[in-house]
Design a binder for this molecule. Structure first.
Ligand code: FAD
Length: 324
């Protein structure tokens, strides 16, 4: 059964996030003779991203460029995406499982009377239906969800679907979609954007994360972790314990009420391994735990454990890695 699959490009800090390419790669497998499309909703500068989307499989790139889309405004984005879905005759819409995707997917699904499934980590074609895999119970179990109907929305967890190789040199067929978004038709508007820096590497897409817990003891205690992260090209994350103690910003929090991450390597320093923390990182490919308590629960999920003081071990690791 052929289907048109539309992927909403996830733009962050002027660039496309990897999850967009991962979703496009999955879309190619699902289309079965239908088409793979991408959508860019933005205030300006869409042209800079269109070819990259084509190289990962988008046969057409639907673009809505409108000043009202400069920042995320739910009403404006919903109207723009609705217009693209109508224009593209999409049957499946993939969005990133980000704050924006989590907001937009159910909104649009309600508008179209369609089904929605969130936080998917896999999708298969099962006869005429699509079966989505998603984690439940803080990652302890997985469910398979079949969503019936001609249109389905799914939010995609970053770093889980396999990304295909890009087709170098391919250029996009761009379809401009015009949508009226007068300010008085929007119920919310952005007065000011205050950007918070979480370091150079985007936590939810990082391949390596060095994470600190209450064991780092102070904001200064994060310095050796940052140095290790710099050597590895990694992002720095944290437990809620560290955030609550004001050692770092909540933007770094990983876990049930923080970010969910699936890096290739997760180095947990001075983190006990509470279930709520594990919910955010236990699907990491390789977990290294550094903790001075040999009974700390983090060692149960760790592939490699180092029992000792993080203030001795982390600088030693950094020094060794600098030599490599
Ligand atoms: P602790 O549990 O205090 O552990 C500190 C660890 O550091 C200890 O194991 C200790 O042995 C070790 N240590 C101390 N000094 C050193 C040293 N010098 N060298 C090496 N090791 C050292 N937590 C999250 O992380 N993310 C969430 O999203 C989250 N959501 C929650 C939601 C709810 C509803 C609730 C109730 C709780 C949530 N929590 C969350 C909190 C969670 O239960 C834990 O309290 C928290 O994860 C503990 O943080 P921690 O491991 O840094 O601190």
């Amino acid at each position: 059964m052929s289907r048109n699959v539309l992927v909403l490009a996830d733009l962050r800090n002027g660039g496309l996030r990897n999850v967009t390419f991962e979703a496009l790669s999955a879309a190619k497998k699902l289309a079965e003779g239908g088409s793979v499309y991408a959508a860019i909703l933005t205030g300006s500068g869409a042209a800079a991203h269109a070819d990259a989307l084509a190289q990962y499989g988008a046969q057409k790139v639907f673009v809505v460029e409108n000043a009202a889309l400069e920042n995320y405004v739910p009403d404006a984005y919903a109207k723009a995406l609705e217009a693209v879905i109508n224009e593209s005759k999409a049957n499946v819409v993939f969005l990133a499982h980000s704050a924006i995707g989590r907001d937009l997917a159910p909104k649009l699904a309600a508008r179209f009377g369609a089904g929605a499934v969130s936080d998917i980590i896999g999708v298969e074609v099962d006869g005429g239906n699509l079966t989505f895999t998603r984690p439940i119970y803080a990652g302890k179990a997985f469910t398979k969800n079949v969503v019936e109907g001609d249109l389905v929305f799914a939010t995609v967890r970053p770093n889980n679907l396999e990304k295909s190789e890009p087709e170098a040199g391919k250029t996009a067929e761009v379809v401009n979609v015009s949508v009226e978004l007068p300010a008085d038709s929007l119920r919310t508007f952005i007065k000011e954007v205050v950007k918070k820096s979480t370091g150079g590497v985007d936590l939810s897409e990082a391949k390596i994360i060095v994470s600190g817990g209450r064991g780092v003891k102070s904001a200064d205690g994060f310095k050796p972790l940052q140095e290790l992260a710099d050597v590895l090209g990694a992002a720095v994350g944290a437990s809620r314990g560290a955030c609550d103690a004001d050692y770092c910003d909540y933007a770094l929090q990983i876990g049930q009420t923080g970010k969910v991450v699936t890096p290739d390597l997760y180095i947990a320093c001075g983190i006990s391994g509470a279930i709520q923390h594990l919910a955010g990182m236990s699907n990491s490919k390789v977990i290294v735990a550094i903790n001075k308590d040999p009974e700390a629960p983090i060692f149960k999920v760790a592939d490699y454990g180092i029992v000792g003081d993080l203030f001795d071990i982390v600088p030693l690791l950094t020094e060794e890695l600098k030599k490599a």
